[in-house]
Write a protein that binds this ligand. Structure first.
Ligand SMILES: NC(=O)c1ccc[n+]([C@@H]2O[C@H](COP(=O)([O-])OP(=O)(O)OC[C@H]3O[C@@H](n4cnc5c(N)ncnc54)[C@H](O)[C@@H]3O)[C@@H](O)[C@H]2O)c1
Length: 326
């Protein structure tokens, strides 16, 4: 909403790396955004940084042409109290220390309108533990942006047991107005993003420690094989397309060396036993109808070729150029 009378007012408390990017994304959606930090001077200097950065992003074609002007107009620096008063949505993005977050959330709660929605960008702290510092915790939830916030499209929404469903619905609308996609997940350790990311990292480090492959070769395999699919399909779509019976066989092989770590998941076993083998049977994790398989395969092939072209056009990441140049 860009109309002055109806323009949404949001606040971001903690205008560092993540908070700054979140503020840019919210401001570019047309909202008025106030940023706060340890003091007004730091908030002002961060606001300037965000405008300068937006100019550079526009020059590089990463932000729309007039993004810096929009951000300069929509974004103001304020104290925590001035930033949150009258804001309908407040995102906390202070350092990942429970004490700092508790103090900040209590300060936000004391100054904000009683109905203002408060989100936290915590990566790892349970939302219910942070909720202890919030007055009226029914309006509190995790709103977890990824790094770099202006460019990564996904946001995890993490209500705790007492977050009101209407609060989640309102935040969905706010986040979707920035062009991002949301997924609502439970308040469990690691949430979803970090639990998956660290599971992969854990296995990757095991492979290095066991001498199976170097970090560079593991990165190559991830980027060029199954990681290549991930912008288009998540693990369940991939499993359905591969065939759940195939997955069950692979688990059996992995169990010869790692019986516990790669025990066949119960949910997989049940589907295979029921004859739900993924797309080839029309039923699996996602129940993709069998008669749409050819459509899915055509999309998949087009997506992978387009991804290959994009990667060729971009060239390798600078770190890899350096590695290869050695
Ligand atoms: N960096 C990442 O990759 C990433 C990704 C996802 C989530 N997160 C989460 O986002 C949050 C912020 O991380 P970051 O990387 O932006 O940190 P950061 O250090 O870049 O920014 C934190 C900001 O908070 C300010 N601050 C510190 N104490 C404050 C206080 N009492 N009141 C107001 N402002 C205060 C700091 O001055 C700084 O500007 C953390 O919870 C982190 O776990 C980080």
């Amino acid at each position: 909403m860009t109309n002055r009378e109806t323009r949404s007012v949001y606040a971001v408390v903690g205008s560092g790396y993540m908070g700054g990017g979140i503020a840019q994304a919210l401001a570019l959606s047309g909202a008025e955004v106030r940023v706060a930090d340890v003091d007004l001077e730091v908030a002002r200097s961060n606001r300037e940084r965000l405008i300068t950065e937006a100019q550079q992003y526009s020059r590089e074609g990463l932000f729309p042409d007039h993004a810096a002007d929009t951000i300069a107009e929509q974004l103001t620096a304020a104290t925590v109290e001035d930033a949150v008063v009258g804001a309908s949505f407040i995102e906390e993005a202070v350092p990942e220390k429970i004490q700092i977050k508790h103090t900040t959330l209590a300060r936000i709660s004391a100054a904000a309108d009683p109905t203002a929605i408060i989100g936290t960008n915590t990566s790892t702290i349970l939302i219910r533990e942070l909720a202890e510092a919030v007055t009226n915790p029914a309006r509190f939830l995790g709103v977890h942006f990824s790094n770099p916030a202006p460019f990564i499209p996904g946001v995890e929404l993490i209500p705790h047991d007492h977050t009101k469903p209407s609060v989640v619905a309102s935040v969905e609308r706010i986040i979707e107005s920035t062009g991002k996609q949301i997924a609502v997940v439970k308040d469990a350790v690691g949430f979803v993003l970090n639990r998956l990311q660290y599971a992969l990292f854990h296995e990757a480090t095991q492979l290095v420690e066991e001498g199976v492959a170097t970090p560079d070769d593991i990165d190559t395999i991830v980027r060029t094989t199954f990681g290549f699919r991930l912008p288009f399909f998540g693990p369940f779509a991939i499993a359905d397309m591969a065939g759940l019976d195939v997955y069950a066989f692979c688990y059996a092989s992995l169990q010869t060396a790692f019986p516990e770590r790669f025990a066949t998941p119960q949910i997989l076993k049940e589907l295979v036993d029921a004859g739900a083998l993924g797309t080839k049977s029309g039923a699996g994790f996602l129940d993709i109808p069998a008669d749409r398989t050819h459509e899915l395969t055509a999309y998949r092939n087009k997506a992978y070729v387009a991804m290959g072209e994009l990667l060729r056009e971009l060239g390798p990441a600078p770190a890899r150029v350096a590695e290869r140049g050695r």
